[in-house]
Write a protein that binds this ligand. Structure first.
Ligand code: GUN
Ligand code: FE
Length: 417
């Protein structure tokens, strides 16, 4: 047993912070054993002074190969952005040296961020995707990585034929089984990129091998319209995924900006996940997802950067972007859905998305010891600092220092910063 001392803050449900000033977080074998107000006796204590101690944050949807162009090419909408920039640049990951340099930079920056675990897209190239998994494993981060499946509607250099997509997926699953903390996830890019045969195969293999799934749903109006044409027999985009067996309790549906109530019924029925990506949805002019509605309906929701749709790896930026987007949606689109509060958005980024990875994102006993130690940034940035509560110090940090490197980060009790 070991304890960390500092200003503890976490959420167990949306909308309510738990805090302990100068408190103790008890950790045993990589797991949270509890919290205490009084100094526990007979155990080692690491004193982090006035620092904030909070759970790790979780990025439910990010494209590793796109990190190299995060912050570029933001003048296009989704489909043009994919054709003009994303597909040609992802094609370069067939070159292993190029992939190694780009993935090394990605993993180093993700390690130094507040993200503890992530669900990550690679590219169609098996070898460089395995390389990415190996770099992540070395970094101490945890998460899922998918070899992307694509067998239609992309340039020749970034398209597999269907049989090849299937055999490469099987080999990918074999080769990725040796990693401890980084696990494979079935990753059909989105319906326009995959034939019905490939989608059915991927759905079947996910069921057969009990694997999670990640893909994109209802991101942009022109994409939604295209899927309507591609799947004339389906009632909706979500229904199409369902018909291929790709929607269940371990499927992440990134974006879900334009989902109808009927599609939400399907998400609820299957207990599927939404990865809300507010920065990306603004950058690519996709829209504003009805996150409050997801929460009202009990749809499992986490936050995501969707880099390079999002230009930043910072989950604190996702928290503040989610709040700001929800305010615009409330004011301009639907005043029946009140904006997110800071405590709610923090919950989505911690326990909300963390639960995809198991017991992660909270300080309740039995949760993984995924821990961030953050300097109290208000100390050197505002004279109000001595008057601020722990919640206020965290809010200040999120808005004013979202990119600051944590003083320390632990994933399952292992120090990675
Ligand atoms: N839909 C299909 N592929 C992508 C991608 O790479 N990024 C985003 N934002 N949406 C997608
Ligand atoms: Fe994406």
């Amino acid at each position: 047993m070991h304890a960390f001392k500092g200003n503890l803050i976490w959420t167990e449900e949306p909308g309510r912070f738990r805090t302990i000033k100068d408190g103790y977080l008890l950790i045993e074998d990589g797991v949270v054993a509890g919290t205490a107000e009084k100094r526990p006796s007979g155990i080692d204590i690491t004193d982090f002074g006035s620092s904030l101690i909070l759970p790790g944050l979780y990025d439910l949807h990010i494209h590793a190969p796109q990190y190299m162009f995060a912050g570029l090419f933001m003048d296009d909408e989704l489909l043009q952005w994919l054709d003009r920039h994303t597909f040609p640049l992802e094609a370069r990951f067939s070159d292993k040296d190029f992939a190694f340099d780009a993935y090394t930079a990605f993993v180093e920056d993700l390690r130094n961020s507040c993200t503890a675990r992530a669900s990550i897209f690679g590219t169609i190239y098996r070898e460089s995707t395995i390389m990415l998994m190996s770099l992540l494993e070395e970094s101490g981060l945890h998460g899922y990585v998918g070899k992307v499946s694509m067998d239609r509607n992309s340039p020749d250099i970034l398209r597999e034929d269907t049989d090849e997509a299937i055999s490469e997926e099987i080999r990918f699953l074999e080769e990725s089984s040796s990693f401890r903390n980084v696990k494979p996830i079935i990753t059909p890019r989105f319906i326009p990129s995959c034939t019905d045969r490939l989608l059915s195969y991927l759905g079947a293999i996910a069921k057969e091998r009990n694997l999670p799934v990640q893909t994109h749903l209802d991101e942009n109006p022109s994409e939604v319209e295209w899927v309507r044409e591609l799947c004339p027999g389906s009632r909706s985009y979500a229904d199409a995924y369902d018909s291929f067996g790709l929607m269940d309790g371990r499927s992440i549906m990134a974006h879900s900006v334009w989902v109808t109530e009927e599609e939400m019924d399907l998400l609820s029925y299957h207990d599927a996940w939404v990865a809300h990506s507010p920065s990306s949805n603004m950058n690519l002019s996709s829209g504003i997802a009805p996150v409050r509605r997801f929460m009202e309906r009990g749809i499992k929701t986490g936050l995501a950067t969707d880099t390079a749709g999002g230009s930043s790896l910072s989950m604190f930026r996702m928290i503040t972007d989610a709040i700001q987007a929800s305010k615009l949606r409330w004011r301009l689109v639907d005043d029946a859905l009140p904006p997110l509060r800071f405590s709610e958005a923090f919950y989505l980024a911690s326990k909300g998305g963390g639960s995809f990875f198991g017991k992660a994102g909270s300080f309740e006993p039995g949760y993984a010891a995924d821990i961030l130690i953050l300097e109290d940034s208000s100390k050197d940035m505002t004279v109000l600092s001595p008057e601020l509560s722990i919640e206020e110090k965290l809010e200040f940090y999120a808005y004013r220092s979202p990119d600051r490197k944590p003083l320390a980060k632990y994933v399952e009790g292992k120090r990675v910063i």
